[in-house]
Design a protein around this ligand. Structure first.
Ligand SMILES: [Zn+2]
Length: 326
C-alpha cells in the first residue's frame, strides 16, 4: 500500500477487512453514481483506461450513472487539445459519460465560495513557505520525512501555523506569496471523530496525522485539487468515488472537507494501479502505454482494456472484472 489510509476501525477488522490486503468485496446494492476525472495535461494511458472502465462498470452493473469530469484548474499545464483527445479516446474505448462533461475551469466561483466558508470556520491559515524551505526545516529538525501525506510529498512541519496575526499581516503586506493550508487539529476539533468507508480497504478513521495540514488553495491559484473534488463530487451526486490506490492518502482530507462544508459523504473504492513490466506506475510520458499509440498500432478497444487490467486483485467479482474486454 502506498500510504497509511488511517487506522482500520476495529468492527470492520472483525468483519474480514485486513490492512493493506483486498477486503471482502461489497457489491453495490443501490444504483451507484461514479465518475472518471482526468487532467488534460497529456494523452490517456492504460491506467486511465482502467480507471474509467472500473468506474463505468460499477455504475452500469448497479443501474446507476457514470460521469466524466475534466480537472483543468491548472491553466498552465492543461491544454484544450488534450481535452478533445482524452474524450475521443474514451469514446473509442466505449466509455462515454451518461451526462454532459463537466469542466472544473468553469466552476471557479463555486470553489471560491467553499474556500470562503472554510475561512469563516477559522480552519485555514496562510503558508508562506517555499518547497525548499519546508525540506530544509524538516532536515534541520533531524527528521526524515515521516511518510507521504495528502500533499504527496513530505509532512509539513507546521511552520506557518505558529505565526501570529501580526506576523501574517506583515508578510502579506510585503507581498509575500502564500498558499492556504487546512489546520488539521482545529478542523477535527470542529467536526469531531470522522471515518470513511472503502469497498476494498474497509472502514477507516481520520486522524490529524493523516491530514498533515494539506494545501487547500495554492499560491498561484485560489483552489486546490482537494477542494474541487469534494465540491464537484457533491454537485454531481457521486455516491462511489473510484480511483487508484495512490490517492488513498487524500481521502482523509476529502472526508474532513465534506464534514466541514456539510457535503454528502460518498463511499470509496481505491483500485490497484496499472504498472509497466518493471512494476513502475505508468506515467503520461510513457508513449508505449498511451491509448492513442495503441490505437495507432491497430489494437481493438477490448484488447486495450485487457492490457489495462492490473495484476493485483481489485475486489471486483470475476464476472464484472471481465466485462467489456472478453
Ligand atoms: Zn508555511
Amino acid at each position: 500500500m502506498p500510504c497509511a489510509p488511517g487506522s482500520l476501525v476495529p468492527d470492520d477488522a472483525a468483519r474480514g477487512f485486513r490492512d493493506g490486503r483486498p477486503g471482502r468485496p461489497v457489491w453495490p446494492a443501490v444504483a451507484e453514481v461514479t465518475r472518471f476525472a482526468p487532467s488534460p495535461t497529456g494523452d490517456l494511458h492504460l491506467g486511465h483506461a482502467y480507471a474509467a472502465w472500473f468506474a463505468r462498470t460499477l455504475a452500469r452493473r448497479s443501474g446507476g450513472r457514470f460521469f466524466v469530469r475534466i480537472e483543468d484548474i491548472d491553466g498552465g499545464r492543461c491544454r484544450n487539445e488534450f481535452v478533445v483527445r482524452n474524450l475521443d479516446d474514451l469514446h473509442w474505448l466505449g466509455l462515454d459519460a451518461d451526462e454532459p462533461v463537466l469542466h472544473q475551469s468553469a466552476r471557479m466561483p463555486l470553489y471560491a465560495a467553499a474556500l470562503g466558508e472554510l475561512g469563516r470556520l477559522g480552519v485555514v491559515y496562510p503558508c508562506f513557505c517555499t518547497r525548499r524551505a519546508i525540506l530544509a526545516e524538516v532536515a534541520a529538525a533531524g527528521g526524515a520525512p515521516h511518510g507521504a501525506h495528502a500533499a504527496g510529498t513530505v509532512a509539513y512541519p507546521g511552520t506557518c501555523r505558529r505565526l501570529d496575526a501580526e506576523q501574517r499581516a506583515r508578510l502579506i503586506a510585503a507581498g509575500t506569496g502564500y498558499a492556504l493550508r487546512l489546520d488539521a487539529t482545529r478542523a477535527l476539533r470542529l467536526t469531531g471523530p470522522l471515518d470513511w468507508s472503502d469497498r476494498r480497504f474497509g472502514l477507516r478513521q481520520v486522524t490529524d496525522a493523516d491530514l498533515g495540514d494539506p494545501v487547500i488553495a495554492r499560491k498561484e491559484m485560489p483552489v486546490s485539487y482537494h477542494l474541487c473534488v469534494v465540491v464537484d463530487d457533491a454537485a454531481q451526486g457521486v455516491t462511489l468515488v473510484t480511483r487508484g490506490e495512490d490517492l488513498l492518502c487524500a481521502t482523509a482530507v476529502h472526508r474532513t472537507l465534506q464534514a466541514l462544508l456539510g457535503l454528502p459523504v460518498p463511499q470509496w473504492w481505491h483500485h490497484p494501479l496499472c504498472r509497466d513490466a518493471g512494476g513502475r506506475r505508468l506515467a503520461k510520458r510513457d508513449a508505449a502505454a498511451s491509448i492513442r499509440e495503441l490505437r495507432q498500432r491497430g489494437l481493438s478497444p477490448a484488447e486495450v482494456l485487457r492490457l489495462a487490467q492490473p495484476s493485483e486483485a481489485s475486489g471486483l467479482p470475476l464476472a464484472a472484472a471481465a466485462e467489456g474486454f472478453r
